[in-house]
Design a protein around this ligand. Structure first.
Ligand code: PXP
Length: 261
């Protein structure tokens, strides 16, 4: 059991880092077209709770994070930003203006619910090479989101990227019978990329039940996690949210009846 006095020490431990993805705070806002909840506010809470970085995915269809979110988090939250994006000319311009700490290049399909697979670096080597160079020239570190496959890692190395993010989706979504082999793929991939001098991150589909196994891989530097954190926050914060609403209602009613203090 973790004692509360250990929490501060743990949050300062830098051997494994947490990048908090705040996309789904924006999903909730966009569902109603309101101004709340604000991903910048969530990013700042994440910083106070010990997050080491903030991830936002600015999708071409702007389904959750909006351009102004990227600028406000970059300008107001004192943590390295990891800007996930597709390799389009529009996104390149935005990244060169925002200058995040790091850009993670991902494949993007309009109809997908979330990023479905890693980049095919082998197939897109020339196109990716130009894109990687254009970001690095602006002092931005480049990460490629790839499946934990030897050829993809070797191709990433040839492009001179700073970081690879290994896709943990297949591991997270597979049945128990596949879990050990999917874990082995990630572990071997992390070892290979590390041995080639590339920083290795991982992410997608990680949650409170599976993260410990992935975090035990010593070569991994940062885990980028979003959906499970936002989902848990909705539950752990629900009591306070209902209580606060009821308090305001009762307070207003008492006041209107002349019983307020
Ligand atoms: N890493 C990448 C490259 C992603 O595209 C995503 C999802 O936006 C994540 C990490 C976080 O995944 P999840 O929301 O499942 O934790």
């Amino acid at each position: 059991m973790v004692r509360s006095t250990d929490l501060f020490v743990m949050s300062q431990h830098k051997s494994i880092q947490l990048g908090v993805n705040v996309d789904h705070i924006a999903t909730l806002r966009q569902a109603r077209g309101t101004t709340y909840p604000d991903p910048m506010h969530a990013a700042d809470i994440a910083r106070k709770a010990g997050a080491d970085g903030i991830t936002v995915h600015l999708r071409e269809d702007r389904r959750h994070i909006q351009d102004h979110d990227v600028f406000s988090i970059r300008g107001n939250v004192n943590l390295p930003m990891n800007l996930e994006m597709a390799t389009t000319p529009e996104m390149l311009k935005i990244a060169q203006t925002v200058k995040p700490y790091e850009c993670c290049l991902v494949p993007e399909k309009r109809a997908e619910l979330t990023t479905e697979g890693g980049l095919d670096v082998l197939k897109q080597k020339i196109e990716l090479g130009d894109y990687v160079g254009a970001l690095q020239e602006h002092g931005i570190k480049v990460s490629l989101f790839i499946d934990p496959d030897e050829e993809q890692i070797a191709a990433s190395k040839e492009l001179g990227v700073d970081i690879v993010e290994l896709h943990t989706g297949a591991y997270a979504d597979c049945g128990e019978d596949q879990r050990a082999s999917e874990f082995y793929r990630i572990k071997q991939g992390a070892k290979l990329a590390h041995s080639l001098g590339i920083q290795v991150n991982a992410g997608h589909g990680l949650h409170y039940q599976n993260v410990a196994e992935i975090a035990s891989i010593g070569e991994l530097v940062c885990l980028n996690i979003g959906h499970s954190i936002v989902a848990r926050a909705a539950m752990t914060g629900f009591y306070e949210a209902v209580f606060a609403m009821k308090q305001i209602m009762i307070g207003a009613r008492l006041e209107s009846e002349g019983q307020g203090t």
